[in-house]
Ligand binder design. Structure first.
Ligand SMILES: Nc1ncnc2c1ncn2[C@@H]1O[C@H](COP(=O)(O)OP(=O)(O)O)[C@@H](O)[C@H]1O
Ligand SMILES: [Mg+2]
Length: 258
């Protein structure tokens, strides 16, 4: 299968950990690939390597971080197939955790050249993929800013909580600072039995309006357990609502970004 229209690069980002970034990347990639017949490249930008460990057929010694700090390393060095024919991945290693520090220590010219090397790789693979999904680390630093800046837009999973909602301003500021597009945020881990979640959902919608996705991903053991069994929610129990919600979320993403 050949990819269709222009490849879109989407960063799934929140500076908080545990909000469902990686879960979203994996489940949305699966929905894109197997429900919508798209070709997807995941780029694991997190030193925790969760997407890498979940998906990669081989975990490379050289992670994608190396391309940002070492002139002679190209992104291909971290390429891996996955067990899904239509999903490939650029893997990370634990050194991603020091990447921002090492990147910041480089001269401005070197930084620029390394970013240019990365973006030229992404231009070269335009015909091979419909979507690139960046699985971001829970950090705001020079490298996450660069990655956000080379994306076509950013989607922010939000776990409801008053501090988390207030914290979104920091995330949108970071996105605006580098002139990237804030595609929107969606509620991850929604608990319909908790009255406070309904109230917080309203607060979020009143402050961000149509930037809040219509699709809400529920807190669900189907989602949690599926990852433990190393499958996506749709492979685990496609007939159950939480799995279907990832298809809805993916449809909404595609409607927004094309
Ligand atoms: N909708 C959900 N319902 C229940 N558990 C979830 C849901 N989304 C994610 N999780 C669980 O929450 C934890 C953190 O998710 P993860 O995707 O790794 O977050 P992040 O990448 O933002 O750090 C994981 O154990 C995952 O299984
Ligand atoms: Mg993660």
């Amino acid at each position: 299968m050949k990819a269709g229209a222009k490849m879109k690069k989407i960063a799934i980002f929140n500076n908080k950990g545990g909000v469902s970034k990686t879960t979203t990347v994996i489940n949305v990639a699966y929905a894109m690939a197997y429900k919508m017949e798209k070709k997807v490249l995941i780029i694991d930008c997190d030193g925790q390597q969760n997407a890498t460990r979940f998906l990669a057929s081989n975990i490379n010694d050289i992670g994608i971080e190396e391309t940002l700090v070492n002139d002679s390393v190209y992104p291909d060095s971290s390429f891996s197939k996955t067990r899904y024919e239509n999903i490939d991945i650029l893997t990370s290693t634990v050194h991603m955790n020091e990447c921002s520090e090492n990147f910041s220590a480089l001269e401005a010219e070197k930084q620029k050249a390394n970013i240019a090397k990365f973006t030229s790789y992404l231009s070269k693979i335009e015909d091979n993929y419909d979507y690139v999904l960046f699985d971001m680390p829970p950090a705001l630093n020079s490298v996450t800013e660069k990655i956000i800046s080379i994306s076509d837009g950013v989607i922010v999973p939000v776990e409801l909580g008053i501090f988390a909602i207030q914290g979104i301003a920091k995330v949108t500021d970071a996105i605006n600072k580098v002139n990237a597009e804030f595609i929107g945020c969606f509620i991850a881990k929604y608990d319909k039995n908790n009255k406070s979640d309904a109230e917080l959902k309203e607060i979020l919608e009143s402050s961000l309006g149509d930037k809040v996705f219509k699709t809400v991903i529920p807190y669900s053991n189907i989602i949690r357990n599926s990852l433990n069994y190393k499958v996506t929610a749709n492979e685990y129990m496609y007939w159950q609502s939480p799995a279907k919600k990832f298809i809805e979320l993916t449809e909404e993403i595609i409607r927004k970004v094309g």
